[in-house]
Write a protein that binds this ligand. Structure first.
Ligand code: ADP
Length: 483
């Protein structure tokens, strides 16, 4: 499997050619589980990005006017190629990113599912003929691809985040310039080869690796890029939104989160623990929908903490390719340092460590899955995204208090709550300021539903019927003088 079925590509895809950097040389890509170098990728900058944008622009007229069923057929083939190579692509993903193999297999499968979903959705994207106020006029509303799309993706889901963007973009008839995260470029480059193998025309998908600032800058500066879709930190997202102003681009932003997970006295605690484990520790806590703050009502607090601590301790930590491993390495030294800082801050302010609280004996970027109790709103993790395997447990008394604490953040991506009270469930639906809400469920992302945040967690949706709209512009055409 070391060849990853030929999907480890060390070149960029620009206008149908696999190329290197003109002058930037290469960047090493390492396996976070071992520190070993997996290979290199080109260190490209503005020049190569401009070439990629030019290729996408050149490919746009034919692609955007191609037969719908041709695009649908290619997307279906792309779905099948992903699933035919699921194991190799999952191995590649784990090698560059560190997540356990079972999660990587799941990520390839959901990426494929996004492609299939948008191949289906585009066939039902109907326009309208609106009743006109005067006789002799017909008012048409039609949908059209937005144009060349810039797609900037993060390291935590290097394959499926691209799938959510490529699926609707390619289905709609857009062409794409993609920039993957520098530490996890191979899963994205594999998409380039898959698209090439199944027959997408040259220039429809272009992939550039290298300097984020230079590549991002070239994408943002170009008047030819009509939309930018970004998944990553709120800080970078804000920069991109500012940069988008000069050319008035359409933007979709999937930014940071600070997910509350509220457990009420009437909850099924075993179900809450099951949901908590997946909502907290998936990808070593490095997802934007990972629980950041557990709020547990006083009546069930001790039972919840005891069970969460036991389940957290029981997780096997190690190289994601090993059998039974639930927690791999964190992405890099900075990520570990951030968790260490949050733990030190919490313990200095009176938090207690129920388990973990230190680096793992395996060394490298492994950190012990950790539970801290006695969490309070003045602790740093009440405000900051943890992005690590650290459970912070706050105790609460009233629904009102829990709801206020849950909303006390500038973020608004995912929230979870465990309760059987239907009235309360509607209050949570109405009052939680979040774009995604899981009631008695800790894993809710699915291709059929719109994923996206409110407040500083972003704008725009991925998945669902809404996920296509971000890649389309509507036109109103008034027909007169034909009677
Ligand atoms: P994360 O915390 O997930 O690493 P980042 O926002 O730093 O989030 O990175 C997400 C993506 O944005 C990566 O592909 C990264 O290279 C890219 N990126 C970082 N800084 C910039 C920038 N100034 N302009 C454009 N893209 C950027």
């Amino acid at each position: 499997m070391t060849s990853f079925n030929g999907y480890l590509l060390e070149a960029n895809l620009i206008g149908g050619e696999w190329t290197g950097a003109a002058e930037g040389g290469t960047i090493d890509v390492t396996n976070p589980a071992t520190g070993a170098v997996l290979g290199t990728v080109p260190n490209c900058g503005a020049g190569e990005t401009e070439a990629a944008i030019a290729a996408a622009k050149a490919a746009f007229p034919a692609w955007s006017r191609s037969d719908l069923m041709m695009r649908v057929g290619l997307l279906q083939k792309l779905h099948d190629a992903l699933m035919d190579n699921q194991e190799a692509l999952a191995q590649l993903l784990t090698a560059e990113q560190g997540k356990p193999l079972f999660e990587a297999r799941g990520e390839i499968a959901i990426g494929a599912a996004y492609i299939r979903w948008f191949a289906e959705e585009i066939r039902r994207k109907k326009g309208e003929i609106v009743p006109a106020p005067q006789a002799g006029r017909r008012l048409l509303v039609t949908h059209h691809p937005v144009g060349v799309v810039g797609a900037i993706t993060p390291w935590n889901f290097p394959s499926s985040m691209l799938a959510r963007k490529l699926g609707p973009a390619l289905a709609a008839g857009c062409t794409v310039v993609a920039k993957p995260a520098t530490v996890t470029p191979y899963s994205a480059l594999a998409w380039g080869k898959l698209c090439e193998d199944v027959g997408f025309p040259a220039g429809v998908l272009n992939i550039v690796t290298g300097s984020a600032r230079a590549i991002g800058g070239a994408i943002m500066d170009s008047p030819d890029v009509r939309k930018v879709t970004f998944t990553g930190s709120t800080e970078v997202g804000k920069t991109l939104i500012r940069q988008s102003a000069d050319t008035v681009k359409k933007v979709s932003m999937e930014l940071g989160g600070n997910a509350p997970f509220i457990v009420f006295d009437d909850a099924d605690i075993d179900a809450a623990i099951e949901g908590a484990m997946i909502a907290k520790y998936r990808n070593m806590g490095q997802t934007c929908v990972c629980t950041n703050r557990f709020y547990v009502q006083a009546g069930v607090h001790d039972e919840f903490v005891a069970k969460l601590t036991a389940a957290t301790k029981a997780m096997k930590v190690g190289d994601g390719t090993e059998d039974g491993v639930m927690q791999g390495p964190m992405i890099d030294a900075g990520a570990v340092a951030k968790v260490e800082e949050l733990v030190a801050d919490a313990t200095a302010k009176g938090g207690s460590i129920a388990t973990g609280g230190a680096r793992h004996a395996l060394g490298g970027t492994y950190y012990q899955p950790t539970v801290i109790t006695g969490a309070t709103q003045d602790m740093q993790f009440a405000k900051d995204e943890i992005f690590g395997p650290l459970s912070a447990v706050f105790k609460f008394d009233t629904e009102e208090g829990a709801m206020a604490a849950a909303n006390d953040t500038e973020f608004g991506l995912a929230a979870y709550a465990y309760t059987r009270d239907l009235g309360r469930i509607f209050r949570l639906n109405e009052q939680l300021e979040y774009g995604l809400i899981g009631i008695n469920a800790g894993l809710i992302t699915t291709v059929e539903a719109p994923f996206g945040g409110v407040k500083e967690s972003g704008m725009g949706k991925e998945g669902g019927t809404q996920g296509l709209d971000d890649y389309l512009v509507s036109k109103y055409t008034c027909l007169a003088g034909l009677d």
